[in-house]
Ligand binder design. Sequence first.
Ligand code: DAH
Length: 340
Amino acid sequence: MTDKINELLRRVEEFKPKAAAEIEEFRIRILGKKGELNALMEEFKTVAPELKRELGQQLNSLKQAATERVNALRDQMQDATANGPGIEDMTRPGSAEQLGSRHPISLVKNQIVEVFARLGYTVADGPEIEDDWHVFSALNFPPEHPARDMQDTFFIEKDPDILLRTHTSSIQVRTMERQKPPIRVICPGRVFRNEAISYRAHCIFHQIEGLYIDEGVSFADMKQSLLYFAKEIFGEQASIRMRPSYFPFTEPSAEVDVSCNLCGGKGCPVCKGTGWLEIMGCGMVDPNVLRANNIDPEKYSGFAFGMGIERIAMLKYGVKDLRLYFENDVRFLHQFDTAL
Ligand code: DAH
């Protein structure tokens, strides 16, 4: 009986149909009610009890192999029919593939990098896991500054502190270690803060940092560069204003607003009636920061700025909920690739 089973198995494996009808014929002949497999099953009833175990297993494998072969052949045949007259027809147009799209955060990041590349900035990078020196101390944060607090910062280890960077300003420090002035870098990256997730805050987001250090760099240079940036990103009609602010690493410091591109500055719910939208922080690099990084503040001066990419993208496209950027719903993501 083993011989019969093996012989049938060989025929199943070697079966090569030329048309769909042949598969059905084959199925009925082998697996049908009055088929060869059932005939073997009948014969199986009469074999000696001590042979039953092994022969039963062989029969089961045969049944499984035959069923799988028939199904596979059917699928193959169906694919071939769906593809038309067959693979010989090389003139048929290919089937269309659905294309993916770039994430809006990547698109906006690339756009911002391009704008500053035109002003001579190169891209600099740094690690996401940082130490206290690069995120706080070298940037002139006093030891008791609240940004070092457990509520803001994700600490990995204490004493010495190892943490997830809370801003891309750490890349300023990394760059000053690597490079002497003139320095002109733009630093995109992910940052981490211990914040509750809501429509306007997330514990992971993206920033872009800029740093320009050379002899005789002035506040006017900074203002003109940031105005150029605002016009390139938000349109020629965009204007900016600066409000005095405070950051430990810049002096003087400012907050930059761009004219609201929805109401053109007249006042609307998005700009809360003010006509202005806050887009970044900036300032002249504090002499303490230059000194901490072995750059002579008597000889060199510079400016720095930092902005949230999610925020720029929200203002540019009117996205009202930050969480959409992280949910990866393709219906949301697909809206952006043609917009740029
Ligand atoms: N690091 C600041 C933040 O995370 C942003 C910033 C402000 C960066 C002013 C700068 C700057 O370089 O000059 O809020």
